[in-house]
Design a protein around this ligand. Structure first.
Ligand code: IPD
Ligand code: CA
Ligand code: CA
Length: 267
């Protein structure tokens, strides 16, 4: 294993341990609102601090961007760790056992490794650029659907951007005509990891942040899939609009949703 991946996995497991313990004593968890419908807990903060501490022990000069702590610029600005310590906080606080730790390393702006860890199922999704993707020690690949017929898709609802609901629901309606079903499970990092593992055929969501997608995006690509923004480009880390799946599924999702996008979403 790449030495930096070993460290990322160690950090993810440590955060996972903090999260699992917090989940078993939910009545002790302190939840606050960051903004409307957007929650953060003391566990999110503790998990992020633990991840950064583990990585800094080995790489004290690296830089960090974490959902809760923001940017920490180290001497090495070319090495940046992108961290979502707890992706799926709403599930966590409501006792729904579906959430993950997401850690990616970007070197000179390129994602080199990604880890998505589900502490409840003890499932570890990893990828190193050019080396494929794994679930635990097993190689994973995206599913082989040739079009959208009979597919199972994942999505997220735009609960932070409710002005986009009408356009989003049009995309949902258009895709739903073809699919077997659609899941809204509540963790973007796991949605991407599940695309990589072939558990779902494709995924789309709008308005995500880089820490939601940085690790999962590499895991999908290393599992043979593609990730684009809503116009088939690579601007998703900026726009937050993401489509993932195998080449044919992504092409079909793009073709199906594009007639329904407002100008603000055409990116
Ligand atoms: C959220 C989850 C959710 C997605 C939201 C994200 P958080 O992350 O990934 O599935 O729909 O947009 O913000 O806030 O739980 O880390
Ligand atoms: Ca997140
Ligand atoms: Ca989070």
């Amino acid at each position: 294993m790449h030495p930096m991946l070993t460290i990322a996995v160690r950090a993810a497991r440590k955060a996972g341990h903090i999260i699992a313990r917090g989940f078993s004593e939910l009545d002790l968890v302190k939840t606050t609102n960051k903004s409307e419908n957007d929650y953060v807990t003391n566990i999110d903060h503790a998990a992020e601090a633990a991840i950064i501490e583990v990585i800094k022990t080995s790489y004290p000069e690296h830089s960090f961007v974490g959902e809760e702590g923001g940017e920490q610029t180290g001497k090495r600005t070319d090495y940046q760790w992108v961290i979502d310590p707890l992706d799926g906080t709403t599930n966590f606080v409501r006792g729904v056992p579906h959430f993950a730790v997401s850690i990616a390393l970007r070197v000179k702006g390129k994602t080199e490794l990604g880890v998505v860890y589900d502490p409840i199922r003890d499932e570890l999704f990893t990828a190193c650029r050019g080396k494929g993707a794994q679930l635990d020690e097993f190689r994973i690949r995206v599913a082989s659907a040739k079009d959208l017929n009979g597919t199972l898709l994942a999505t997220g609802f735009p609960f932070k951007y409710k002005s986009h609901t009408p356009a989003y629901l049009e995309t949902f309606n258009a895709l739903f005509q073809f699919t077997a079903d659609i899941r809204r499970a509540g963790s973007a990092a796991l949605d991407l990891a599940y695309v990589a593992a072939g558990r779902v055929d494709g995924y789309w969501e709008l308005g995500l942040k880089p820490w939601d997608t940085a690790a999962g995006e590499l895991i999908v690509r290393e599992a043979g899939g593609v990730v684009t923004d809503f116009v088939g480009g690579h601007n998703y880390l900026v726009s937050g609009n993401i489509v993932a799946g195998n080449t044919k599924v992504v092409a079909n999702i793009l073709k199906t949703i594009q007639p329904h996008l407002t100008d603000a979403l055409k990116r």
